[in-house]
Design a protein around this ligand. Sequence first.
Ligand SMILES: Cc1cc2nc3c(=O)[nH]c(=O)nc-3n(C[C@H](O)[C@H](O)[C@H](O)COP(=O)(O)OP(=O)(O)OC[C@H]3O[C@@H](n4cnc5c(N)ncnc54)[C@H](O)[C@@H]3O)c2cc1C
Length: 424
Amino acid sequence: VSDSARTPGGRPAEAGQHGFWKEYRNIFGLLDALNLPEDPLTDYAEQGQWSPRGLEGTWPVYSSLPSLPTGPGQALFTKFLNLNPLDLLSALPLVLAFSDFDETVPGAWEAYDDVSFRDLCARLGVRRRVYEEIFEPMVLTGLFAPGSECSAGAALGMAYFFVLRHQDSFDVRWCRGNVGDRIFRPWVEQMEERGVSFLSSVRAETFELNPERDRIVGVAARKGADAPLIEFRPDEVVFAVGGGALANMVRANPGTLGTLPEFRRFANLRGTSVLATRLYFDRPLATPYSANACWGFDAGVGMTWFDLSRLHDGADWGEDVGAVIEIDYYHADVLLVLDDAAVADKAREDLATMLGAEVRAARLVDAAVVRLPKAVNWYYPGSRRDMPDVQSAALKNVRFAGDIVKTDHGSWSQEKAFVTGAEA
Ligand SMILES: Cc1cc2nc3c(=O)[nH]c(=O)nc-3n(C[C@H](O)[C@H](O)[C@H](O)COP(=O)(O)OP(=O)(O)OC[C@H]3O[C@@H](n4cnc5c(N)ncnc54)[C@H](O)[C@@H]3O)c2cc1C
């Protein structure tokens, strides 16, 4: 989350925007405990959904509306401007499957894991238009891959947690600045005061097992390819990395981790690619909603955009900057191959398609392009059996943390990374 990048003009950028949904109770508890000088998160606000045709729908602040049972509440209050009631009705069997799905029940996720989300929707009779305009964009932005390449179990679990657990589960707050500055830095400083040492940008490379092959007794790491090895004799090891990194570690250690069937499974894990852009314009732009999701711009690519001039209130962007818009693309390999100038042009043109001439008239002062190839966990059909548990079965002093870990907590994304970290 906090790995930061810079624009050609030296302005900071991050690897995408990170929302904190109403269900992130453990992270909200952490933020309270950090006792920060000011609340790092925005209030809840209405969100927009767009296509190249214009505004397609709005998500209200559900907690500000009359309280209804979960499911009917979201159905009644969410506005899809261009879908007719018969189309929407075809989603009912799927919504019932979502509402009935509780991934904390053992076997619930596994029962749907080998089926793709797209196939499940087709089987349940969801009309093509409803799939393409509601559910495909939901998985492209929630699981970072198209429904045909996502486990239905993962999609049901994700949707239950973010949308259906309570009427107001989808209410979301955003960081009022970069997450690295507002949350991670003060948190790290407080831990350092309590004696924790962090070695940033140091990659773990090789692992040594004891003769019984049931503990890791040595780890060698390096800060940069040509730097000397740093060696550790650890008591406990927590792998807090994504699926792609875990797979690489197993591949790079065939004589140790690769000898263990539990770890060989991880070689199947892989990541999907994300492209984060931040556009700095020379004048203010009028944006109806500060956080937005989109569909229909590039086949198989998810998209969100944010008005950072509104979310990062009080930020000093520089005198020549009037508006800062972040546009992020998910499952974006087809865009990652463009050069930075072409990416910035494309992002600006997409924004202009939604907001009109005002964007075309504005001058682009600076732009950040952050590429994250294969960096986000991919919940492909059948992936559940390849995911690690919190406690390693083979290695007694090894645990796993992160959003790729199997847990009965039922949370997702940053909340799950935090919760599994606490469990580990
Ligand atoms: C563009 C984008 C938007 C997102 N939006 C949201 C959102 O709105 N809300 C939300 O909750 N979540 C969001 N997420 C997901 C969220 O970022 C992840 O759920 C979360 O970061 C997972 O945390 P993690 O600790 O499992 O893995 P990561 O955050 O990926 O951390 C793993 C770390 O391991 C490090 N690492 C890799 N290899 C090694 C090695 N060999 N040695 C040492 N370290 C290594 C990596 O550098 C990385 O820092 C988004 C992600 C992206 C990319």
